[in-house]
Design a protein around this ligand. Structure first.
Ligand code: F0G
Length: 423
């Protein structure tokens, strides 16, 4: 069946509701909506997910001459500028030892932990908070495993807006709560998991109490698309080609959906050949792997996992809300999905750290997944791969202590220390 989410779906014609060539469309029934006239997160007609659409999809030439960072890509976004700290322009690290060990032709690490609040969420928030201002809303809110709340609090503060965050009690890494607290969010700790928090915050949004800035909000994903634009531009500039594959952690599957949208729009404009589109490869923790289950079983829908557990608390998610956008992305790019153990996640976190790249556990799933796919021969040795690492090491200090060396108590004495280090 051909749908608007096909890789080679033609550029849609702007409907009457479009504003400056931008509108919202339902990915299920095709219903279209004016982008900024009223607040809406899903389709009124069928409750399907909404997507931002453009009459004039971007080419790489559109970005030339602009400063680096998210707003370099204004031609691919609904606004020219946003509430900014600024964000994006994250490094694409060469990791020679890991590249050798994994055994691929080229491995690069796109470290999204180098954004202002230490995670990729900033890319979505700079756009999302700009939209919130356009809509004239007062209070911003999200459910979060931690990073979204930190970004929302910081960008809300930057924009002079009130923020409310719902967190699963006892399951959020301390660095993230510290950020939300200091940036002045009101923090509600819910006796439930992330999926429960998301259900509740959607109720609050439906009641008109808050403006929802989870990745269910289609504008968040517009900002996150720029991860893909940066990877493609930089990889081409460095190596004269595009990567064969992008491997990324999956929680709510927002990034998977956003990267796929980035590729589709470039294919629409003719800037990217369908054959050059990287294979989207999602990785989840074994204790929270509903997307992997759907990909492996060939299902079009996700089965919600009521119980989830993993050391990678950022992706401790049983009901990935963006699955209807992300599953076609994985399938139509020839990618796949795989689950990895907590042990493999910690091993990968150590391997990245050994190259100087400090990431939180969820981020390391991309490398753990790539290792497993190589071992199984699903990824070939001649592939050029980019692994996305989504959050900074300092987000989860407890996990870092757990994975790293123990401090050694020593006397306050040089000779004793010389003796100690000689041991
Ligand atoms: N990696 C990190 C570090 C994250 O914080 C998240 C999501 C993901 C990966 C998954 O990304 O949802 O686009 O598949 N964190 C959200 C939060 C849920 O609340 O901070 P996704």
């Amino acid at each position: 069946m051909s749908t608007s989410l096909d890789l080679t779906a033609p550029t849609p014609a702007a409907p009457a509701v479009a504003a400056d060539g931008v509108w919202l469309a339902c990915i299920e029934c095709g219903e279209t909506y004016a982008p900024f006239e009223s607040i809406r997160y899903t389709c009124d007609a069928c409750d399907g997910l909404l997507e931002v659409r453009y009459a004039d999809p971007p080419t790489f030439a559109d970005f030339e001459g602009r400063e680096r960072g998210v707003w370099r890509y204004a031609d691919a976004l609904p606004f020219d500028e946003g509430v900014s700290l600024p964000e994006g322009d994250t490094p694409l690290h060469h990791v020679p030892r890991l590249e050798d060990e994994v055994g691929v032709e080229r491995l690069r690490i796109k470290h999204e932990g180098m954004n202002p609040t230490g995670a990729f969420k900033d890319r979505g928030m700079t756009v999302g908070v700009r939209v919130a201002k356009e809509l004239g809303v007062g209070r911003l809110a999200c459910a979060s495993t931690g990073n979204t709340s930190a970004a929302l609090a910081a960008y809300g503060a930057r924009g002079g807006m009130e923020t409310l965050v719902l967190l699963p009690a006892g399951k959020v890494a301390s660095g993230k709560i510290a950020q939300a607290a200091l940036h002045d969010a009101r923090i509600l700790e819910v006796d439930g998991n992330f999926d429960d928090c998301l259900d509740i915050v959607q109720d609050l949004a439906a009641a008109g109490e808050v403006y929802l800035l989870n990745s269910l909000n289609p504008f968040r994903l517009e900002g996150q698309k720029t991860i893909g634009l940066e990877i493609l531009e930089e990889f081409m500039a460095d190596h004269g080609t595009y990567p064969d594959r992008i491997v990324l952690p999956v929680g709510n599957a927002g990034n998977t959906a956003a990267l796929y949208k980035c590729f589709r729009e470039l294919v629409q404009s003719g800037a990217l050949a369908p054959a050059d589109v990287p294979k989207l490869t999602g990785v989840q923790a074994e204790g929270a792997a509903p997307m992997v289950e759907a990909v492996e079983e060939g299902n079009d829908e996700i089965r919600r996992w009521p119980e989830v557990e993993t050391i990678a608390t950022a992706i401790r998610i049983g009901n990935p809300v963006n699955a209807p956008k992300a599953l076609p992305g994985i399938r139509n790019t020839g990618g796949t999905a795989i689950a990895v153990s907590d042990e493999a996640i910690t091993d990968a976190q150590r391997a990245l750290a050994a190259e100087g790249v400090g990431v939180e556990p969820a981020s390391a799933t991309s490398v753990a997944g790539l290792r497993k796919l190589r071992e199984r021969g699903i990824v070939d040795s001649d592939e050029q791969v980019v692994c996305l690492t989504t959050g900074h090491l300092l987000k989860d200090p407890d996990a870092a202590f757990e994975a790293g060396n123990d401090p050694e108590p020593v006397p306050n004495d040089t000779d004793a220390i010389l003796e100690h280090i000689a041991e």
